[in-house]
Design a binder for this molecule. Sequence first.
Ligand code: DP6
Length: 399
Amino acid sequence: MAVYQATASAPVNIACIKYWGKRDTKLILPTNSSLSVTLDQDHLRSTTTSRADSSFEKDRLWLNGVEEEIKEGGRLATCIRELKRLRKEVEEKDSSLPKLSSYAVHISSRNNFPTAAGLASSASGFAALVASLAALYQLPASPSQLSLIARQGSGSACRSLFGGFVAWEMGSKSDGSDSLAVEIAPREHWPDIHALICVVSDDKKGTSSTSGMQRTVETSTLLQHRIKYVVPERMKAISAAIRARDFEAFARITMQDSNQFHAVALDTDPPIFYMNDVSRAIIALIVEYNRVSVAAGGKLKAAYTYDAGPNAVIYAPKENLKEIVELILNYFPQAEPFKDPFGLFGAGAQGKLVEGFNAAVAKPFGVGAVKNLIHTRVGDGPRVLAPEEALLGPDGLPK
Ligand code: DP6
C-alpha cells in the first residue's frame, strides 16, 4: 500500500524591523510590516514529517516526541485546514489523484535546539509544518502563498518560508490575502552576514509575544507613532541597504528598531521588560566596539537586536566575528569551550579586546550569565528532506 508522507525542515528568522502588534488577532494581520534575516538551518532548524492515511482517526501532532492537543479553531487546526483546502482544489482538477484531503494526518516535529533557549521556535516550527504538508499534498503553491498560511500559525513564521532577507508586507485587505512574505534578497546576495546568538540566562517567566503585543496595541500611544511614521521609512531604507550590501545602514536601522520595539514594550501599561542587565551590558559592548571603529575613521562593525526575551543576536560581516566572539567571551566566561563552526580560532579563543576599547563600559559577569553562544549566518529557505529523515515510524507514530 502506498505511504503518503513528506519531511521538511525550516529555518529560524530574527527580525531587524520588528513585528509587534496585530490589527486582526484571528487572521494574524500585523499593524506594521517587518523584515528579517533567515538563519542557517545547518545550525538551527525545525524538522517536520507529515503523513496522510485513510486509517488515521484524527489529526494528531507531536512536538519533540510529546503529543500536543490540536484545539478546534486554534492556530494549528487553522493551518492544517487551510492546507487540506488547497489539496482539495488540486484533487478537484485531477480526479486521478488520491483523496489525501479527506484523510487525517499525523505530524511529528522536532527542533534541533532546546525550546528552553528562548529562541523563536514557533517561527521555524510553523514554517516546517506548512512546508511538510505542502510537500505531502504536492501543492503548486509559491513560498509567498504558503506564507499566508504559516502567518496564521504565528505571525513571524511567514518570514521563515524564504531564505536570505525577507519582508512581511502587512497588506491592507481585511481577508489577509495580501499580508504575506516576499524575498528582498536571497542569501547568495549577501552571504557575508553572520550572526552570533548570545543565549542569556532567564529565570523569570516572560510575557508571551502574543499577549504582550496585544497589550501594547491597547495601551501604547508610542506604538501609533511607530506604525505611522517610523516603520514605513525604515522598511524602505533597510531594503535599500540590503540591496546595496551597505552594512553601516543595515546595522544602524537594526539597532534603532530593536531599541524602539523595547521602548513600545516599556510604553505598555503595565510596562513590559524583555531585556535584563546582561542584555543591556551586551548593548554597551557593541556600542563601544562600534565607537572604537568609527573613532578610527572606520564604520559600524556589528548590530545587536533583541526579541521578546533577554537573548542578544549580533549581526556582523564575517570578518568581524572573531573580534566579537573574543569580546563577548571577555565579559561572559563560558562553562564549555566556544563551538567554532567556521574555524575562527585555531588555538582556542582568548577573550581579547580590540585596541582602544574602554573596558569600563560593562562589568564582567560570572560563568552562566550567557549560557551559550551560537555562531551562525544567513541561510536558505525550507528544504524537503529524503524519506530516511522521517520522524514518523512505519506505525505512523513518532520514532
Ligand atoms: C518580537 O510571531 O511570536 O519576535 O503572531 O502572536 O505568534 P504571534 O507572535 P510572534 O511574535 C514575534 C515578535 C518578535 C518580532 C518579530 O519576530 O518580528
